[in-house]
Design a protein around this ligand. Structure first.
Ligand code: GDP
Ligand code: MG
Length: 351
C-alpha cells in the first residue's frame, strides 16, 4: 500500500498556523530567507558587450560536513540554490550557484562534506563528487568552522587540496564568526593558526558569517583576485545549473529531512516523477519519497498522514518561492530497500 498526500495551492494548512513561522525559521537558518531584490536580474543576458577586463571562473567550496558551505553559497548568490540543514551530510552532490555582476561571473561549486568512514555506497559517491570538483576550480575555498579545532578529516582535506589542487590557490574561509562571542582572542587565534598550519604559507584567509552575511564583500574581493579574465559561461539571469526537477527534489528532500531527521537521518530520498505547468498557471509536481524500511514509512507519513502533510506544506511553500507561482504537490512514500547501496537505485536518483 502506498501513502499519498496532495497539497493544493489554495489549501490552508489545517491546524498549522505555525507552519509559516516554522518555514521562515528554516529559511533563515539555511540562508535562503532573504531573496535579494537584485539577485539574478543584474546584467541579464550574456551576449551583451562585456566590459574590458571582465573576469570569470569557478570557486569550489570544500570542507567537513556542517561547516556552512551550502549556507555560504546561498548567501553569496542571494537565492537558495543548495539545501542546508543542521544535520551533517545534507548535500549529496555538487551544486552550482552562479553569481553574475556587470564585471564578473563566479560559479560557486558547493560540494558534499568530506568525512571519514563512509557507511554506504552513496556516501562514497558523495565524497568522490567533492574530490572531483577540486581540479576544475580556479580557486578553492576551504570552509571551516572557526569555533572548532581541526580534526583528522581536516588533515585529509588539506592533503586533498595539495594533491588534487596542486597549483590552484586556496582561500581558507573561517565561517561562523558570529559564534565566537565569548571566546578569548588568543583561543580563536590559536585555532585559526592550527588550520593555517595545514596549508602553504601563501594561502589567503578570510573570516565570515554565512548566516549573518558578514564580510562576504571581503570574501568576494579575495575570490576575484584569484579568478582570471574570461567570458560569461552562463546567461546573467541564471543562478544555478541544476534542472528544475532536481531543485524541486532537493527542496522536498529538505522538508522531509527537517521533520524526520531524528528518526531517519539519511534514509530518505526524493524522486520527482512529474513536473509541468498546467493551463491555469499552476505547476503540478508529483514526487515519491523513498525510505529504506517498512518501519520508516509510518514515521514519514505520521498519524493519519499528518506528518507527510506538514512536509508537503513546507515543501510546497519552498517550491512556490522558487518557481514564483502556485504549486500543486503530490507526495507518495515508497519503501526501496537498501537504496543507499544499490547502484540501480542510485542511478534512478541520478547519481
Ligand atoms: P554544510 O554541510 O557545510 O553545507 O553546512 P550547512 O550550510 O548545511 O550548514 C550547517 C549548519 O550550520 C546549519 O544549521 C546552518 O544554519 C549553520 N550555519 C552555517 N553558517 C553559519 C554561520 O555563519 N553562523 C552560524 N551560527 N551558523 C551557521
Ligand atoms: Mg551542504
Amino acid at each position: 500500500m502506498e501513502e499519498k498526500v496532495t497539497l493544493q495551492p489554495e489549501e490552508a494548512p489545517a491546524s498549522e498556523a505555525d507552519s509559516d513561522a516554522l518555514i521562515d525559521q528554516f529559511l533563515a537558518e539555511s540562508g535562503g530567507g532573504a531573496v535579494r531584490e537584485d539577485a539574478g536580474v543584474v546584467a541579464a543576458g550574456w551576449d551583451e558587450e562585456l566590459p574590458e577586463g571582465h573576469k570569470s571562473g569557478f570557486a569550489a567550496l570544500i570542507g567537513r560536513p556542517n561547516v556552512g558551505k551550502s549556507t555560504l553559497v546561498n548567501a553569496l548568490i542571494g537565492h537558495k540554490v543548495s539545501i542546508a540543514t543542521p544535520v551533517p551530510q545534507t548535500t549529496r552532490r555538487r551544486v552550482t550557484g552562479i553569481l553574475t555582476e556587470p564585471t564578473y561571473q563566479i560559479i560557486f561549486v558547493d560540494t558534499p562534506g568530506i568525512h571519514k568512514r563512509p557507511p554506504h555506497r552513496i556516501n562514497k559517491i558523495m565524497i568522490s563528487e567533492a574530490v572531483a570538483a577540486i581540479p576544475d576550480a580556479d580557486v578553492l575555498l576551504w570552509v571551516v568552522d572557526v569555533g572548532a579545532p581541526p580534526r583528522d578529516e581536516d588533515e585529509t582535506i588539506a592533503r586533498l587540496l595539495r594533491e588534487k589542487g596542486r597549483t590552484i590557490p586556496v582561500l581558507l574561509v573561517f565561517n561562523k564568526i558570529d559564534r565566537i562571542g565569548r571566546q578569548s582572542v588568543e583561543e580563536v587565534a590559536t585555532r585559526m593558526a592550527a588550520y593555517q598550519a595545514l596549508l602553504p604559507d601563501d594561502a589567503g584567509a578570510v573570516q565570515v558569517s554565512a548566516l549573518e552575511e558578514t564580510n562576504l564583500d571581503l570574501l568576494m574581493a579575495q575570490v576575484l583576485d584569484y579568478v582570471p579574465e574570461g567570458p560569461r559561461y552562463y546567461p546573467g539571469d541564471q543562478i544555478t545549473d541544476q534542472t528544475e526537477y532536481r531543485i524541486a527534489a532537493e527542496l522536498i528532500r529538505e522538508a522531509v529531512f527537517r521533520y524526520t531527521y531524528r528518526e531517519i537521518p539519511h534514509a530518505a530520498a526524493v524522486l520527482v516523477e512529474d513536473y509541468y505547468e498546467r493551463e491555469n498557471g499552476v505547476t503540478y509536481i508529483a514526487a515519491r519519497v523513498w525510505v529504506e524500511r517498512e518501519s520508516q514509512k509510518p514515521i514519514v507519513v505520521g498519524k493519519g498522514g499528518s506528518l507527510l502533510k506538514r512536509v508537503g506544506t513546507a515543501a510546497r511553500h519552498e517550491l512556490e518561492r522558487f518557481i514564483g507561482g502556485k504549486v500543486y504537490l503530490e507526495l507518495w512514500v515508497k519503501v526501496k530497500p537498501n537504496w543507499r547501496d544499490e547502484m540501480a537505485r542510485l542511478r534512478e536518483l541520478g547519481f
